[in-house]
Design a protein around this ligand. Structure first.
Ligand code: SF4
Length: 232
């Protein structure tokens, strides 16, 4: 299936890490997308989603390069400074081409520091933080994050496993359990799924969100830069 994705957005602005003078531009710790500032903590992830841009060679959002080797992951201070350097914004969003909760303590530290700016903070996540870290981490989001957007991606485990190729057993049920827990500690929780992917039943996804008492949003696959790729 050919789908177009919203990466490589014109009009983005980014702050590169400061250790790359004279060399090819390094990955950014923060980047601006429309009115929000996005925070790029890591490329690591326990999923290998077929629709993930990085598995199709797409590592940029506008001018912002998001490809990070593990040794290049920005420090907490670097992320905070990069975010602040981008100036005023409507929202801070933890979101890159990896799962931000992989760096759980860094995420909490960045959120706590940016909290003082008085802007909403959103976490875009695969919802697997508690599974990865081996404990219920949802309570630790209380007071630090205003909105958690969780990639539901499919209305059943079989479709999820086909689309997201999890490396950890029990990922689908762990993601649903995290959504239920997050609802207790975070003011706003949204489940999302991509419209237009073969086998994804958006109505059933919305029903799951309703049953969990959280919001649902179908993520569009609209092209912003004209590039497209085939989801294998
Ligand atoms: S969860 Fe996100 S970063 Fe991880 S593979 Fe899926 S789309 Fe990519």
């Amino acid at each position: 299936m050919n789908v177009k994705v919203g990466w490589g957005v014109p009009g983005t602005m980014a702050v590169a890490r400061g250790d790359d003078a004279g060399r090819a531009p390094s990955a950014v710790a923060a980047y601006r997308l429309r009115d929000a500032v996005y925070l790029n903590l890591t490329n690591r992830c326990t999923l290998r989603c077929r629709f993930c841009p990085k598995f199709h060679g797409l590592w940029t959002v506008g001018e912002a390069r998001l490809r990070l080797r593990a040794s290049e992951e920005p420090s907490v201070t670097a992320v905070i400074e990069a975010a602040r350097a981008l100036g005023s914004c409507t929202e801070y969003v933890f979101c890159g081409l990896g799962e931000p909760t992989t760096r759980w303590s860094a995420l909490l530290a960045v959120a706590a520091a940016l909290r003082t700016e008085g802007r909403p903070i959103r976490l875009n996540t695969d919802g697997l933080a508690s599974l990865i870290h081996g404990r219920d981490v949802a309570p630790e989001l209380a007071g630090l994050v205003d909105h958690v957007s969780i990639s539901l991606n499919a209305a059943d485990e079989r479709t999820y496993e086909h689309l997201c190729r999890p490396s950890r057993a029990g990922s689908y049920s762990a993601m649903l359990a995290f959504a239920a827990r997050a609802r207790t500690f975070v003011p706003r929780v949204t489940l999302t799924a991509i419209a237009g992917l073969e086998g994804v039943d958006l109505d059933a996804c919305a029903r799951i969100a309703r049953e969990l008492g959280v919001a649902f949003r179908a993520r569009p696959l609209e092209s912003t830069d004209g590039r497209s790729f085939r989801v294998r």
